[in-house]
Design a binder for this molecule. Structure first.
Ligand SMILES: [Zn+2]
Length: 261
């Protein structure tokens, strides 16, 4: 794009004459517009620092804003390719470290805000922010987009949700536990856990670490490494009695989703 046109576009956006602007990473540098309501990444950033700086352009007026990071495996391959071209050994190592940090950030299912705080050396007292996808799932507008367009280009591609799945997810987002959802819907706890296991696999709902105690999670994975994930019964039989089928189902779903990413 020629510089004059680029400047004109930027001006139209900065003065609120157009609502949406699409640009490369370089476009946004130095922009300090207070009322940006959404920042959408369409590729994996090179580092958490880069993501944080770019996402930080949203909501500078202090009002609610949303940040969405969409990425695909190809982005990681492109970053890896550029890292492999770096000749300076230390610079290369730093690049790889940043790459592993951002992969860890997008791949795991812990609270995104908590991860960012910890990355920058803070130790927040709160266990989850209650706002990010790991804490509360995808925003409603995005779930709708996923349902209506199967070719939606994200890791979150999913099948349409059944009414009972939608109702259960709404209850979960209202803060109800699985046991409370089961009571409310007249189901067994295990059937609710199975339902959420299936939703995790269909990427209709991200796995939440609080669903299964981490020590139990690890025990389940250890056993499954020996007997495989295909059938839950052999896993159940090799574990202490108190670890339930529902918990195994949830961990299996989370592991399956991660293995295909
Ligand atoms: Zn969170």
């Amino acid at each position: 794009m020629d510089p004059a046109r680029r400047r004109r576009n930027q001006e139209l956006w900065s003065t609120d004459k157009v609502r949406v602007v699409v640009g490369t990473v370089a476009f946004g540098l130095g922009i300090n517009k207070p009322g940006v309501r959404k920042v959408i990444h369409l590729a994996l950033p090179k580092s958490i620092e880069q993501f944080y700086q770019e996402a930080g352009r949203a909501g500078r007026d202090g009002l609610p804003a949303e940040c969405l990071l969409l990425w695909q495996k190809r982005d990681a391959a492109i970053i890896a390719h550029f890292l492999s071209q770096i000749e300076n050994k230390q610079e290369k190592e730093r690049g790889w470290m940043r790459y592993h940090e951002i992969r860890e950030f997008v791949d795991n299912s812990a609270c995104r805000q908590l991860q960012i705080c910890r990355h920058f050396g803070e130790q927040p007292k709160w266990p989850s922010c209650g706002k990010c996808d790991a804490c509360v799932g995808f925003p409603t507008w995005m779930s709708k987009a996923i349902e209506t367009n199967e070719k939606f280009p994200s890791r979150a591609s999913s099948a349409p949700m059944s009414p009972q799945a939608r109702e259960s997810l709404n209850l979960l987002n209202q803060g109800l536990s699985f046991a409370e959802i089961a009571r409310r819907r007249g189901r067994t706890l295990q059937s609710v856990e199975n339902l959420f296991g299936a939703m995790v696999e269909r990427r209709q709902c991200p796995y939440r670490p609080e669903w299964v105690q981490s020590s139990r999670y690890d025990q389940i994975c250890l056993v499954a490494q020996k007997v495989g994930w295909d059938r839950l019964k052999p896993i159940k039989e090799s574990l202490p009695e108190e670890i339930t089928y529902g918990e195994i189902r949830l961990v299996a779903a989370h592991q399956r989703v991660q293995s295909v990413q």
